[in-house]
Design a protein around this ligand. Structure first.
Ligand code: ADP
Ligand code: MG
Length: 245
């Protein structure tokens, strides 16, 4: 049973068709990679699922609920999470405080009550930090963390809203291979433990082939292939798009 169903999605910018009749689905417990060359329509597809862009045509449902036409905040409330980069203003807060704030925001508490609300959220925040391997660094300011560790905190922040589906647009961009693998292994573990569904884009084919359960390939706005890493690797159409063979 799939969780996210995207059907015949379309988006154009002026005369440029960015996404052209794309359909796919993601199931709970599944890591689905969206790949394709630059300009293929990956980010545009993402931004329609999270509500930042309105689709011109097609439908997007989560657990049977129509998301098309909803605002980003409403879509977030329905259970679509995404990893945000920790804003500079929050970098001076500790790891623990950032996750506490995310939990409070998920509860819709008033920010002015944050000090009081935070006390109640410390245990829950620590639990999330344990899950991403950051409990030992809970009291450090985010500004001093290694890049890979910031990414772990961002993951904990996204999980604070208990998403059913998590969207990650190039989660490992700018990371060294070792950090990349650690972040993806952690993501995979969370997917399996929580039955989370993840839709992610990724440039590194090593990462995609090692961690994705299934791949969809976009080229010029169209879905040209779909399958397991092994199927995609051997697909001549995909090889043509990437290597011009
Ligand atoms: P990808 O993420 O796969 O690199 P994008 O979804 O960013 O691709 O872009 C798909 C196409 O849509 C490209 O041709 C791009 O130039 C165009 N595009 C994306 N966003 C906009 C925008 N806001 N305005 C106009 N054209 C856009
Ligand atoms: Mg992009």
């Amino acid at each position: 049973m799939s969780l996210l169903n995207v059907t015949n999605l379309g988006k154009r910018f002026g005369g440029n068709v960015a996404v052209d009749g794309v359909s796919f689905s993601v199931a709970p417990g599944e890591l689905l990679a969206l790949i394709g060359p630059n300009g293929a329509g990956k980010s545009t597809t993402f931004n329609m699922v999270n509500g930042q862009l309105a689709a011109d045509s097609g439908s997007i449902t989560l657990a049977g609920q129509e998301l098309t036409g909803l605002k980003p905040r409403q879509i977030w409330k329905q259970g679509v999470g995404r990893t945000f980069q920790i804003a500079e203003t929050f970098a001076s807060l500790t790891v623990l405080e950032n996750v506490q704030m995310a939990l409070i925001s998920a509860d819709n508490r008033l920010f002015s009550l944050w000090r009081r609300a935070a006390d109640h959220k410390a245990d829950e925040a620590m639990d999330l930090l344990r899950q991403v391997g950051m409990a030992a660094q809970a009291d450090r300011p985010c500004s001093v963390l290694a890049y890979g560790d910031v990414k772990r905190v961002e993951l904990a922040i996204a999980l604070a809203n208990r998403p059913k589906l998590l969207l990650m647009d190039e989660p490992t961009a700018g990371m060294a291979p070792k950090e990349r693998n650690e972040l993806m292994a952690l993501t995979k573990q969370l997917v399996l433990q929580r039955g989370l569904a993840v839709l992610f884009t990724e440039h590194s084919m090593d990462v995609v082939f090692a961690y994705a359960d299934r791949l969809i390939v976009l080229a010029r706005g169209r879905l040209i292939a779909e399958g397991t890493p092994a199927e995609i690797r051997d697909n001549p159409q995909v090889q043509a798009v990437y290597f011009g063979t």
